[in-house]
Design a protein. Structure first.
Length: 207
């Protein structure tokens, strides 16, 4: 399967993401570099659970802003997976998937569907989240997922069922997200030419 490489460039940042669909490589961690160690760790979980190698390159015009990195890289990653969906719908793929992620006391579930409809919802179900985890703002980890949805034009629902340790909470969330993503892009020849929604392909006419 061909690799997919996308670059998103603005006056503030240049984000490059490459997806490699060969089996997860022994050095996959070395391919992830965002300048934010905890975000690197979260992307590591996406790789491990989705089965897709992800290479990232982050260039900033001037300021090292956590929010900017999370948002712009999330958008670029989402765009890369949207391109995968575009290239593989005719061959057949699931197009949707859900999964549960757990670690110790934390449990989360993610559900994703590629229908050219950008919608993101996350529900912590009353859990008390730390403002920061390993130096990264909790709201920016959420922003990364929101960016992914915008780039991928997909629907993503995330539910945190339980968790008390901040590190574990986000590991559970990203484990579930990675696994759901892997399920959604899994090949399925029986669905050749089908989309994940009964509305089918969207055609636009602009005059």
């Amino acid at each position: 399967m061909d690799n997919i490489k996308v670059t998103r460039k603005t006056t503030e940042s240049e984000m490059t993401v490459e997806l490699d669909f060969s089996p997860v490589k022994p050095d996959y961690r070395d391919m992830i570099s965002t300048s934010l160690p905890f975000l690197d760790h979260m992307i590591e979980h996406i790789v491990w659970r989705s089965g897709v190698n992800i290479k990232t390159e982050v260039k900033l015009a001037k300021f090292t802003l956590t929010h900017l990195i999370c948002e712009d890289l999330g958008i670029a990653l989402g765009k890369a997976f949207a391109e995968y969906v575009r290239r593989n719908t005719e061959k057949g793929m699931h197009g949707y998937g859900d999964a549960t992620g757990i670690i110790d006391e934390a449990k989360a579930q993610s559900a994703i569907s590629f229908e050219s409809r950008a919608y993101f919802h996350i529900d912590y179900h009353g859990a008390q989240l730390c403002e920061k985890v390993e130096g990264t703002d909790t709201e920016d980890l959420e922003t990364f997922l929101e960016g992914f949805v915008q780039g991928a034009q997909c629907t993503l629902h995330v539910d945190l069922f339980r968790g008390s340790n901040g590190h574990h909470i986000w590991e559970a969330i990203f484990r579930s997200f990675g696994a759901a993503l892997g399920n959604a892009i899994a090949p399925d020849p029986s669905r050749a030419g089908m989309t994940s929604g009964v509305a089918g392909k969207i055609e636009w006419t602009v005059e």
